[in-house]
Write a protein that binds this ligand. Structure first.
Ligand code: SAM
Ligand code: SF4
Length: 386
């Protein structure tokens, strides 16, 4: 049987803004505490130069979503975000109604800015709330309190944003199940379209990893928080569609769904990663950019901006595909696996059979759906596909 043809999947654009007011002690993202005024104009120029040079990788393709992530993109004024979007729209074809998300730290929300972001073309905001408990927020080193977080979300809603995500974390130092539920209740009271509910993880290279704060809940307590919160979310009409993502009807995050379905994305900005399928020749390229903002700013107009290029070998694709597919409540179709990896479904038949026996997935014809057990122990399930 001939190998299936790899068909380029939907394309997204990721734009990384690598600064924050202050670095949070649990955070492993490529983000740097701000020292003095940010080089906003120079960085926007660098992003445009970076995009310009990557264009040949995506000729003729349509962009379905844009995501400004960080770091803290809301440190950039609306004019800067608008200049980036205008430059992108002048060089790439955008789908009508493309989702355009901006990550926002409530501590950077200034009155009037939200109107500007909307005018610039942003149609979705994602707020890093983490908790509504002032003690928890202080222990997390956040720059805002609960009242400021609520105020920021309300300001955004008053400016007309109706597609809002709130990031919450649970299993926080000093948190019990009732506190996690109270955090969620306050988030729900703001009626966002979407909630991301992440378990706090101790990431290597963070202060929390080097010196874990006291009072981090045990695994069983963390699991109880997840179960109770999931039920509370369901009761309020937020369906879980990925391990940490919950949405009202039709409000799933198109950008993240594209990642999780092994879609393509162009990544611009310091440390940004991209994944691009190059169609007829069946190649998949991963490209990442220089990580440090100073190096990126210096090199953005040349090939030196590229931190690395790597072709994804066919043998590595099943694991890459499953890494995300096993987090999706909807699971995936074997036909999608074939067109997105360029491999025959036979390539994963044996590990899939093992995953069924282990209770990680259910298979109904060509449809593969992870069980709750499979999503909870996704890391173990994934090793079958290595
Ligand atoms: C780039 S930040 C969001 C925007 C902004 N930087 C902020 O924090 O307000 C992305 C999200 O990842 C989550 N996150 C970061 N570090 C985490 C960790 N160690 N464990 C779990 N979630 C984490 C937080 O919920 C955070 O809001
Ligand atoms: S959690 Fe957000 S604000 Fe805190 S350091 Fe990470 S990216 Fe910056």
């Amino acid at each position: 049987m001939p190998a299936p043809t790899l068909i380029p999947p939907p394309l997204s654009l990721y734009v990384h803004i690598p600064w924050c007011v202050r670095k949070c002690p649990y955070c492993d993202f490529n983000s740097h505490g701000q020292k003095g005024a940010l080089p906003v104009d120079a960085y926007v120029d660098a992003l445009i130069a970076d995009l310009e040079q990557d264009l040949p990788l995506v000729w003729g393709r349509t962009v379905h979503s844009v995501f400004f992530g960080g770091g803290t993109p809301s440190l950039f004024p609306p004019e800067a975000i608008g200049r980036i979007l205008d430059a992108a729209a002048a060089r790439l074809r955008f789908a009508p109604n493309a989702e355009v998300t901006l990550e926002t730290n409530p501590g950077t929300a200034e009155h009037g800015r939200f109107d500007g972001y909307r005018a610039a073309g942003v149609n979705r905001l994602s707020f890093g709330i983490q908790s509504f408990d002032d003690g928890c927020l202080a222990r997390l080193g956040r720059i805002h309190d609960a009242a400021q977080a609520e105020q920021a979300v309300r300001l955004a809603q008053a400016a007309g944003f109706d597609n809002i995500n709130l990031d919450l974390m649970y299993a926080l130092p000093g948190q019990d199940v009732a506190m996690a539920e109270r955090d969620l209740a306050r988030a729900l009271a703001l009626e966002p379209a979407h909630i991301s509910h992440y378990q706090l993880t101790l990431e290597p290279n963070t202060l929390f990893f080097a010196k874990p704060p006291p009072g981090i809940p045990e695994d069983d307590a963390a699991w109880a928080m997840q179960e109770r919160c999931q039920a509370q979310l369901a009761a309020h009409g937020y369906a879980q569609y990925e391990t940490s993502a919950y949405a009202r009807d039709g409000r799933q995050c198109a950008h993240n769904l594209n990642y999780w379905r092994y879609g393509d994305y162009l990544g611009i900005g310091a440390g940004a990663h991209g994944k691009l399928s190059t169609g007829s020749d069946g190649r998949i390229l991963r490209r990442w950019k220089q990580k440090h903002p100073a190096a990126y700013l210096r090199d953005a107009a040349t090939d030196a901006r590229i931190g690395g290029d790597e072709a994804v070998a066919p043998a590595a694709r099943p694991f890459e595909y499953m890494l995300n597919a096993l987090r999706l409540v909807e699971g995936f179709d074997l036909g999608d696996f074939e067109v997105r990896t360029g491999l025959s479904r036979e390539a994963i038949a044996a590990p899939l059979a093992k995953a069924v026996v282990a209770g990680y997935i259910r298979q109904d014809g060509a449809r593969v759906v992870p069980t709750e057990h499979g999503r909870r122990f996704a890391n173990d399930a994934m090793t079958l596909f290595l």
